[in-house]
Design a protein around this ligand. Structure first.
Ligand SMILES: [Fe+2]
Ligand SMILES: [Fe+2]
Length: 443
């Protein structure tokens, strides 16, 4: 490595001739005068070894065998250690067959040439040796470059890998933040919708939990019908807000059943689905729900309002809400609170007129599921707890209201960390004198 770095690519290759006879050395120099080599001469093995210590591009060494002091074989042996890349050639007489064998075995000689040599043969042999040396040197240089580039590549690869890992981590972190934000946005959004829906019911006390019950039934139907998630979401939101257009209706009218209203009042009442749609139309994400709200009073036979749509012309979500709404208003009028079967039988009479026949079976199973759960819990011991004693998994057995009567949680809700936190906050802002009635839910 060190020697290679001292050699420039266009430096001529050095050829070292070693002979004790000065005359021989001179004739060798003359012989190679036209070749593109730097010719080095040494009178003895010792002198040649010195030269090798300071010349790093000696490609070929040609040494006489018979010299006083160090023999050619001994010299080549030592030269091999100093300049292992040089090609070594022994000049020897016919009789020195042992020296030749030694030179090849011990001195790693590349060739031997017998004395007296033929000039052309010698030049040819040296040229071949030099070519071999230069090619090996070039090869080694290339290998060094390749190794260096490989090492660099490896370095950049690990750098790159590190950077990719860093960025992946960063992306994952950001994704998690976005996901959390999304979850909290969705929760806030849903809470806002629930607040809106209970605001309306605060005015119309007899309709408390009407929207929440409809939402629960409608979502059960939508799930059973395997509607896409986006439609289920629109159905939830529009169920909660379906009567929001009633906000503009005078209190006195809200107390009346539709049949008890006069023509002018009926006309006014029939505007609420359109008003409801208009109220939320400025929120783009609510527009889909707005359409469902507009059509929640359409009848399957086309006799509903506001657009007298019929059959499949009515959006599916609106047909689901209409069925749930009709059932909920029917059971609300019943004497016995939980008589779901009686209410269902009333609703059943309206299949094909008011109610979509395709939806009714789903309504029936949703109602059974919901009211079976209520009945199962009805026989269980009810406890009144303070707001600090309520725990996750408990089932609310009576509607929870704040001190001023704001409806906080509907009967039938299972407590979780979110609604517990909300109740506690409300109880601080607007304390209620009573406790919270729960039963512990059983699987
Ligand atoms: Fe309505
Ligand atoms: Fe309604």
């Amino acid at each position: 490595m060190e020697t290679a770095s001292k050699i420039k690519a266009d430096d001529p290759v050095q050829i070292l001739f070693v002979d004790d006879e000065k005359g021989v050395l001179q004739s060798l120099r003359r012989l190679f005068i036209d070749e593109n080599y730097e010719v080095l001469l040494a009178n003895s093995g010792e002198e040649a070894l010195e030269i090798l210590k300071y010349h790093f591009n000696v490609g070929v060494i040609v040494s006489d065998q018979r010299m006083p002091g160090m023999t050619g074989v001994d010299f080549l042996k030592r030269a091999k250690q100093i300049a292992p890349d040089s090609l070594r050639i022994l000049l020897t007489g016919y009789a020195d067959i042992n020296a030749v064998v030694d030179a090849i075995n011990k001195g790693g000689a590349y060739r031997y040439i017998t004395k007296p040599w033929k000039d052309d043969d010698l030049i040819q042999t040296v040229r071949e040796a030099e070519k071999y040396y230069s090619l090996s040197r070039r090869n080694r240089e290339l290998q060094t470059v390749v190794e260096k580039q490989n090492a660099e590549l490896k370095h950049w690869n690990s750098e790159l890998e590190y950077m990719v890992q860093e960025q992946t981590l960063e992306l994952q972190k950001n994704n998690k933040i976005l996901e959390d934000l999304n979850v909290s946005l969705k929760r806030n959004f849903k809470n806002t919708i629930i607040v809106f829906s209970s605001l309306l019911e605060l005015r119309d006390k007899k309709m408390i939990n009407h929207s929440k019950n409809i939402a629960e039934i409608s979502v059960k139907i939508a799930r059973a019908m395997k509607l896409p998630g986006i439609d289920q979401e629109a159905i939830t939101v529009s169920s909660l807000l379906h009567d929001i257009g009633k906000i503009g209706i005078p209190d006195i009218m809200l107390l009346k059943e539709f049949e008890e209203m006069d023509d002018r009042e009926k006309k006014e009442y029939m505007l609420h689905p359109v008003r409801g749609q208009a109220a939320i139309d400025s929120v783009p994400t609510l527009r889909k729900a707005g359409i469902l709200i507009r059509h929640h009073h359409e009848w399957f036979n086309g006799e509903g309002f506001p657009d007298s749509l019929a059959g499949e012309g009515i959006p599916l979500g609106s047909r689901v809400i209409a069925a749930a709404d009709y059932f909920e208003r029917t059971i609300r009028k019943m004497e016995t609170d939980n008589d779901a079967a009686v209410a269902l039988s009333h609703v059943k009479e309206s299949i094909g007129s008011r109610i979509d026949p395709q939806i009714y079976p789903y309504l029936e199973s949703a109602v059974h599921e919901m009211y079976a759960k209520m009945r199962a819990n009805a026989g269980m011991a009810e406890k009144e707890l303070s707001v600090n004693d309520i725990r996750e998994g408990m089932l609310i057995s009576r509607d929870v209201k704040s001190g001023t009567g704001v409806n906080l949680l509907a009967r039938g809700t299972v407590l979780d960390t979110i609604n517990i936190e909300a109740i506690r906050r409300y109880y601080e802002l607007d304390p209620s004198t009573g406790g919270i009635f729960v039963v512990e839910e059983q699987e």
